[in-house]
Design a protein around this ligand. Structure first.
Ligand SMILES: Nc1ncnc2c1ncn2[C@@H]1O[C@H](COP(=O)(O)OP(=O)(O)OP(=O)(O)O)[C@@H](O)[C@H]1O
Ligand SMILES: [Mg+2]
Length: 232
């Protein structure tokens, strides 16, 4: 018996209107991702990688097509349903990071636990462990604005993982990291995928990040195509 896919997109389209002009960003995208699988999305700047992640993360609705994620038909969810879906199932590393500026590093990390009512001793211990894993144990009490770009990115990485999501959506997760730090973050993703079958969809311009995924798909002119089975 084959496992049902964690993500299933069929004929997904997204258009944006700007004044009189309408721009089709995604034009009939099909994609299936299995539980625990890592898929890299590549494609030129402006090809729609962030848009695709935002649709799968129920941040915005598609104009056409079906999106099924973790057994939920996203178009069938209202505002509250989508909020619950994001909170429980997803870890999202945004391209703009979206750390809360009025919360310390540790408080940013505890936020997903608090929203899921899981801010207990085990949760706090795991948050501290993740901070350590991304090399920021000493910065727990710092404000995001006092961190470097790469340090902020690592806080966003830890925050996306702290509540044990089934699916990680990561938009350029290593964009401001040096090679060695980036490899550390990618190894962390791999371990969590092995430990708890977390699937990952990573938008990236980095051939190194893409090469570590199980599969690479490319967005171009609104369409998604399989590039290759990545070498492991
Ligand atoms: N809210 C919006 N309103 C209008 N146009 C938008 C909006 N969001 C995205 N777009 C357009 O959609 C296209 C795809 O943008 P997107 O951010 O998905 O690209 P990307 O592949 O992630 O690029 P990058 O590699 O630079 O991050 C761009 O042309 C962008 O201008
Ligand atoms: Mg983008």
């Amino acid at each position: 018996m084959t496992t049902p896919p964690l993500i299933e997109l069929a004929g997904v389209a997204k258009r944006y209107r700007e004044g009189d002009a309408e721009r089709t960003v995604l034009d009939g995208v099909d994609l299936r991702i299995a539980p625990g699988e890592a898929v890299a999305v590549v494609g030129p700047s402006g090809s729609g990688k962030s848009t695709l992640l935002n649709l799968i993360g129920a941040m915005e609705p598609p104009d056409a097509g079906r999106l099924r994620v973790a057994g939920e038909e996203l178009s069938g969810l209202g505002e509250t349903g989508r909020t619950h879906f994001r909170r429980r199932r997803l870890g999202f590393i945004f391209q703009q990071l979206n750390l809360v500026p009025t919360l310390t590093v540790l408080e940013n990390l505890l936020l997903p636990l608090e929203l899921n009512r899981r801010l207990d001793t085990a949760g706090r211990r795991y948050a501290a462990e993740l901070l350590e894993r991304v090399g920021l144990a000493q910065r727990a009490g710092s404000w995001p604005e006092h961190l470097s770009g790469g340090e902020r990115q690592r806080v966003a990485v830890a925050r996306a993982l702290v509540h044990g999501p089934q699916l990680l959506l990561a938009d350029e997760p290593t964009g401001s990291l040096d090679g060695e730090t980036a490899r550390g973050v990618l190894e962390l993703f791999d371990e969590l995928r092995r430990e708890r079958a977390m699937a990952a969809l990573l938008a990236t311009h980095s051939s190194e990040v893409a090469a570590r995924a199980d599969r690479i798909v490319e967005l171009r002119s609104g369409a998604l195509r399989e590039v290759s089975a990545a070498c492991s």
